[in-house]
Design a protein. Structure first.
Length: 268
């Protein structure tokens, strides 16, 4: 049952009693196409999720039958006659939102309930775990529209690899959920009727784990991916030495030795 629900124009945001927040792209009549208002509202929600220690997990999904069809064409068309500086400012909104989702201190679970095209696939690519409806379709459609998958490219290329990126960026080919799983874009595929249960299973795993350790481990993965052996040697040793003296480590080890659940465990 939701214990928090706030009013927005382009999204919906709820938080339940276990600290599981859900950010829903809420323009179903437009297949949840993204525009400047959505970027502004969604970024404000992400900032709240980062600030609130009671929020343990963020689920990202779409209203209706689509996850996200990408950028709103009318919104993009309206940018054509604006000054270059204004276009940079608008383009930066999506780039910033993607970066903020990618570096979120809480686990980000994608509930991919339907098609994810263009920027929608960029959103999938910043999820820590993505669970897709078996009927979902995916496409990097930009080149078929005379555009390019610019702001999403760092995350999609990282997710599917350079070879798969070239094979899918350059021809706007549509692919299914199983293909997306084979490339690592999504991690689980479920029939539509079982999608929510599959998402709940993923969320429950995160609710068993220490929030501070999760945040530190997300930073660890990002750092190790971007640095070489010598930097990683120093960073990883330092992180372990730091965590050994943390309250979470004490609670985790004491609960294990005492054969009890740690204080942070939620039912899910």
């Amino acid at each position: 049952m939701s214990v928090r629900k706030m009013s927005y124009q382009t999204i919906a945001f709820t938080v339940d009693a276990d600290g599981v927040a859900t950010l829903t792209l809420n323009r179903p009549e437009m297949k949840n196409a993204m525009n400047g208002d959505m970027y502004d509202e969604a970024r404000a929600v992400v900032a709240e999720v980062n600030r609130d220690p009671a929020i343990r997990v963020l689920v990202l999904t779409g209203a209706g039958t689509a996850f996200c069809s990408g950028g709103d064409f009318k919104y993009q068309q309206s940018q054509a006659t604006r000054p270059h500086a204004a276009r940079i400012a608008e383009a930066s909104k999506l780039a910033l939102w993607l970066r903020e989702l990618d570096t979120l201190s809480k686990p980000l679970v994608g509930r991919i309930n339907g098609p994810a095209y263009g920027g929608g696939l960029g959103l999938v690519s910043v999820c820590d775990v993505a669970v897709a409806n078996a009927a979902a379709k995916f496409c990097l459609s930009e080149v078929s529209l005379g555009l390019l998958p610019s702001m999403i490219s760092p995350y999609v290329v990282r997710k599917m690899g350079i070879s798969n990126a070239r094979a899918h960026f350059l021809n706007a080919v549509v692919f299914d959920a199983e293909k997306a799983r084979s490339m690592g874009v999504v991690h689980d595929v479920a029939p539509e009727a079982e999608l929510d249960e599959a998402v709940r299973r993923q969320v429950a795993l995160f609710l068993r784990c220490a929030p501070g350790a999760i945040a530190a481990t997300k930073r660890l993965v990002d750092y190790v991916d971007r640095h070489g052996y010598e930097e990683n040697f120093s960073y990883t040793v330092d992180r372990v030495a730091e965590m050994w003296s943390s309250e979470e480590a004490a609670e985790g080890i004491n609960s294990f030795l005492g054969k009890r659940k740690p204080a942070w465990v939620k039912a899910g």
